[in-house]
Design a protein around this ligand. Sequence first.
Ligand SMILES: [Zn+2]
Length: 264
Amino acid sequence: MLRRMSRYALSFVMVATVGLVGTAVTAGSAVAAPLPADRTVADDTTQDVGTMDACYTWNRTLSQGASGADVTQLQIRVAGYPGTGQVLAIDGQFGPHTAQAVTRFQQAYGLAADGVAGPNTFNQIYALQSADCSPANFTFAELNRCNSNWSGGAVGAATARENGKRTMWKLQAMRRAMGNAPLNISSGFRSVSCNNAVGGASNSRHLYGDAADLVGSHSFCSLAQAARNHGFNGILGPGYPGHNDHTHVDHRASRFWSAPNCGI
Ligand SMILES: [Zn+2]
């Protein structure tokens, strides 16, 4: 969102963005450098790889073999398309798994599906992302109903917030795959005190900011089943103790799926 802005409008948004996310893990790469006064937005895209975006702007086409911070930014946004049971590594290295995720993203949005991230792919991402880098249908506030600054968890605030962002991009993919019906989060990040207040496990992934408890218009089993396709190593749903009124997803290091009432 907020693309095709004038240089002056972008400068304003950049100032606001720095103020909001100055401590985020990706703050350095999330803010585009200002253009020299004699250059226009169009001049800056030497390969015509898209328009400037308030969150993040890609300046080159990315394909297998590429590496760098721009690959990392792409991986975060296509990590919801890893293939069933897979988790895409966010490592800045554009390998075959990244290409497959880009292909699935392109297919999901009706783009030419070649696994190469160029102008059409970037423009689709720009259309999806808000100025604070959250995807269109989720917000940082929704991922953190515990406090306003992401502090007090098992990791630093910037890491917890970044984890929350990555969770939202996976959920955006899952939401689209489920027909764009609302997908709501009843609990996301929790500080230790928030986690204790709701009786959460002492090692809960909610303390890391990478867990979300899902409710909404879908059945809990439908949510648990769909989550298998969108990069979640942790899935807990109906039949697992304490999970009959929501489906939990997270980014734990190795797979643990349990929703016995759903065949999982
Ligand atoms: Zn949970």
